[in-house]
Design a protein around this ligand. Structure first.
Ligand SMILES: [Zn+2]
Length: 168
C-alpha cells in the first residue's frame, strides 16, 4: 500500500489560499469605496487607485485591475482600457497636486522583475523632480518620502474629484 500523504501539497494549497486572501490589492477592491484608512483614492469599474504605503516619493500611487491577476497579457480589453484610464487619472492627479518635473509610470511583472506582489499586477505612478535619484531605488524599495500618507490621500482624492470631471 502506497502512502499518499503529501504534506508539501497541503502547504502549497494553504499558501495559494493565503496569497489571494492576503493580497492588499484584493483587500482594497473588496472594500470597494474610497477610504483614507485603506489609502484608496479612486475606484473605477475594473480598476482601483491606491496609495503606496511605502512610497518612494510623496504622491507615489499604485493602479491595479480589480482582478487578481499577475499577468498584464491576461487582462481582457475592457479591463486593460479601464486600467490605463486610471493610470491617466492618477497621473493627472499627481501632476495637479505635486507639479513634478516628470513622472515614472511602470510595472514590475514577475518576481524576477522586482514585483513585490507578483500575483496581482499593478502600475506605479511616481512623481519625479530634477536632481532626485533614478528609478532603480523604486524597484529596490528605498523610501524617500516627506509627506504623511493621510495628507497625500487628502490632496490626491481632492484632485481626482476635480479631474474626474474631465472626460474620465
Ligand atoms: Zn490580488
Amino acid at each position: 500500500m502506497k502512502n499518499l500523504w503529501a504534506p508539501w501539497r497541503r502547504q502549497y494549497v494553504t499558501q495559494a489560499d493565503a496569497d489571494s486572501a492576503s493580497c492588499f490589492l484584493c483587500q482594497a477592491v473588496e472594500h470597494d469605496h474610497v477610504s483614507q484608512e485603506r489609502g484608496i483614492v479612486h475606484i473605477a469599474e475594473h480598476s482601483v487607485i491606491i496609495l503606496n504605503k511605502y512610497p518612494y516619493s510623496s504622491g507615489h500611487l499604485l493602479v491595479a485591475p480589480k482582478a487578481h491577476n499577475g499577468d498584464l497579457l491576461d487582462l481582457d480589453d475592457i479591463t486593460y482600457a479601464c486600467l490605463m484610464q486610471s493610470v491617466r487619472l492618477a497621473s493627472r492627479a499627481v501632476t495637479h497636486v505635486y507639479k513634478p518635473h516628470g513622472l515614472n509610470i511602470g510595472m514590475n511583472l514577475g518576481s524576477a522583475a522586482g514585483a513585490g506582489v507578483p500575483d496581482h499586477c499593478h502600475v506605479h505612478v511616481v512623481p519625479r523632480w530634477d536632481g532626485d535619484t533614478n528609478f532603480m531605488p523604486v524597484v529596490a524599495n528605498v523610501k524617500v518620502a516627506s509627506e504623511k500618507l493621510e495628507d497625500t490621500w487628502q490632496r490626491v482624492t481632492e484632485a481626482i474629484g476635480l479631474n474626474g470631471q474631465v472626460g474620465l
